[in-house]
Design a protein around this ligand. Structure first.
Ligand code: AMP
Ligand code: ZN
Length: 114
């Protein structure tokens, strides 16, 4: 998607601090971190939100999910623990319409669900 911020990051048209990359997914540091470690993990193909995930994305989502502990290990938070957040739509607080997992850690996170 031409005008999608995260597609542009995937295409390296916009710089990011990449922490993980393979053929299918990209992990990079959030520009406004909410915790000492705050990585965004995204599929390289454009999927607008969790609402657009279907059975055809099974392999992709499985892979995306399996990369989370690899990112956590690389960022040094695998054993201390972390939180994975996916915001969806207006009420969910989604501001970028390209599916992304927030991986947050590096401190004891407050338990807040809205
Ligand atoms: P969400 O609110 O769940 O849609 O999350 C979007 C996230 O993208 C926010 O945490 C932003 O700080 C982050 N963000 C926006 N622009 C950039 C960028 N250019 N590089 C890295 N992270 C970004
Ligand atoms: Zn996109």
């Amino acid at each position: 998607m031409d005008n999608c911020l995260f597609c542009r990051i995937v295409n390296k048209e916009i710089p990011s601090r990449i922490v993980y990359e393979d053929d299918l997914v990209l992990g990079f540091n959030d520009i406004q971190p909410q915790a000492p470690v705050h990585v965004l993990l995204i599929p390289k193909t454009h999927v607008a939100s969790m609402n657009d995930v279907g059975r055809e994305h099974g392999d992709l989502v499985a892979h995306l999910t399996s990369v989370i502990p690899q990112v956590a290990e690389k960022m040094g938070i695998k054993d201390s623990g972390y939180r994975v957040v996916v915001n969806c739509g207006k009420d969910g607080g989604q501001t970028v319409s390209h599916l992304h997992y927030h991986i947050l850690g590096g401190k004891t996170l407050e338990v807040t669900f809205g």
